[in-house]
Design a protein around this ligand. Sequence first.
Ligand code: MGD
Ligand code: MGD
Ligand code: MO
Length: 683
Amino acid sequence: MFQLLKKQYGRYTLDIVSRITGTPKDKLEEIYKLYASTGRPDKAGVELYAMGWTQHTTGTQTVRAMAIIQLLLGNIGIAGGGIAAMRGESNVQGSTDHGLLFHIWPGYLGAPTASMKTLKDFNEKRTPQTKEEKSLNWWKNFPKYSASFLRAMYGTNVSLEEAYQLMPKLDDGANYSWLMIFDQMYKGKFTGFFAWGMNPACSGAHSNKVRQALTKLDWLVNVNLFDNETGSFWRGPGMDPTKIKTEVFLLPCASSIEKEGSIANSGRWQQWRYKAIDPPGEAKPDGDIMSELFFRVKELYEKEGGPHKEAITKLTWPYGKKTLTGHFHYDPRMVAAEINGYFLEDKKVENPFKKGEFREFKKGDLVPAFAWLQDDGSTSSGCWIYCGSVSEKGILAMRRINKDASGIGLYSEWAWCWPVNRRILYNGASVDLKGEPWNKKTPVIIWNGEKWIGDVPDGVGDPGSGRPPFIMKPDGVASLFGPGLADGPFPEHYEPLECPVDKNILSPQKHNPVIKRFDKAGVGSDLDAFASVDACDPRFPFVCSTYRVSEHWQTGVLTRWCPWLAEMQPGMFCEISIELAREKGISNGDKVVVKSARGEVEATAIVTPRLKPLNIDGKIIHQVGIPWHFGWITSKNRKYYPGDKKPEIFTEGDAANLLTPFIGDPNTMIPESKAFMVNVIKK
Ligand SMILES: Nc1nc2c(c(=O)[nH]1)N[C@H]1C(S)=C(S)[C@@H](COP(=O)(O)OP(=O)(O)OC[C@H]3O[C@@H](n4cnc5c(=O)[nH]c(N)nc54)[C@H](O)[C@@H]3O)O[C@H]1N2
Ligand SMILES: Nc1nc2c(c(=O)[nH]1)N[C@H]1C(S)=C(S)[C@@H](COP(=O)(O)OP(=O)(O)OC[C@H]3O[C@@H](n4cnc5c(=O)[nH]c(N)nc54)[C@H](O)[C@@H]3O)O[C@H]1N2
Ligand SMILES: [Mo]
């Protein structure tokens, strides 16, 4: 594999990389040397990444390329090492842990597809095998986690097999990600839609398409603190309310400080948050809204019947109760315990870590850690990786012990970290085969002659056991070669779908050949609203990228209403270089229109040395940048109806996503919001 790797990347000479990126050769070399200098036992290098890497049609390959570099440098599992995905919102980690994505159940259990007819088929398909005797192959435990999850869903009301039959299945090969959902909605395949804590009319790539898609719905439920461009899409720019059939409901919700629950951060720390104040008016915590919906839908199914009704009527929902006022309150502490999991019967279980030693559990006991979960239906766990997060000591996410015995910042008694409170994943790679830390000054784990001390050890057996440390990989070793993705197995350089160059000097393929596209290729005579420009099109000569500013949050629904923030960032701007400004006769503060193949937005020009023209293979290429926090609802020039709230300070400009292409990375389906082609025209 290493020889293949050398062959693949031998082509990436300094000269070629410099021609492609526009970075001078000496700068490239300086950066390579500096970073490669971390490949020593007494040094560490970490890669923090966020949207600059991911929002591309090559995002997955970029992250993989860096993972390969970190492996080669020995920067995995050590203090100050790793590949760290910075999560954007406070609970992005928690939501993916708990099954937000369509293709996984909670705890990253691959979801079943229609062709997996029985629980046995499902478990067989999803449980990896290995011939490596010393490999732990942790995913061999998959059937324990799937059984425990099914029990968390349906309790003991039904058998495990029946529970499996009640769970929804994905159509084989189908994809239900964001772009897919809005494409299907645009094609009229949806009846209704819950926009739950999101603002797709501004955050979704190609917002014109998203806004049109919303007109095809019969109903839309907006669960939010405020009205936003999504809930009010029907009276937004270019819409004729008399022609739109969609009925919109706003369910007012409590904000993060008005309800209790937990969040999980980028470091996998689950931290408890307490309610500070009551929500105003009729607003309710999201959990209560969901709970009430559940009971109402269940009642309807019980009264009226319907296809597959048991999928709803047989669910266990022990944490919601009807109060005297008729409101279904749900208790997040009970949910936390359900996520941890229980023994559902009295049972004597062999200690998974000590053969021949047994422990007796009583029905209702909390399962102490996921190694104790069973595949026979005798345990439940809503998310196996969180098993161990609630114990007789309480909800460990509530811990606030501000002590760091490790000296390297693990703070092991602050909150709780999945899995099993281990703070650094793959820490077995921080020691050699004899158990000696590679770096004796910053050890993560140490063998004291009898046991490991420091962080909770990951994957390592006792020194001398020869167990390979990457226990989540079937063979126990990390992979340089990455089969199983839509692209690869080795990362390769491709240009974004919309780009300013004629060819990729490394390969005859200009773009990632497996980009997920929904659009028609090329543009027609007028600006085809749903197209991308995949050849250099003189109408859109500049590269555009979208990004954030400190003063606003996301689509701005939480910040555009704050007068002090609106005052600091009062509207859409477009950053352009001094050179481009000169070329186009644009001055700082001028009004401009930024246009792509899909739409246009008005902006104020900011002429800045922050952006510099790039020299790409001898050709001067300009790049411009725009923030994506704005939307029409807080603007001065929109129509305000009686009863509409007006912001104290207006912000001008509409969504940056009116410009972005509706295309996705072939693995993650994230849209290419960081690189597409536009023109900038002085008004
Ligand atoms: N104030 C504020 N803070 C926020 C948010 C907010 O809206 N406002 N949003 C939160 C959320 S949800 C998220 S996901 C995070 C996002 O955090 P970031 O990903 O840091 O945010 P963006 O501003 O979208 O950033 C992208 C950066 O990527 C760079 N970039 C663009 N293309 C490339 C490329 O090809 N390679 C590299 N290496 N860099 C590139 C751009 O120059 C830009 O500086 O921020 C979170 N924090
Ligand atoms: N062009 C471009 N587009 C992007 C990005 C980019 O960099 N460039 N970044 C992308 C990224 S990283 C992200 S994360 C997405 C975000 O996309 P969205 O999630 O659609 O956007 P937000 O503005 O974060 O929407 C959150 C909504 O939730 C509401 N809200 C706040 N608290 C609560 C609560 O407790 N309960 C409920 N029910 N609602 C609440 C807010 O008022 C707001 O309307 O946008 C993506 N879109
Ligand atoms: Mo994000």
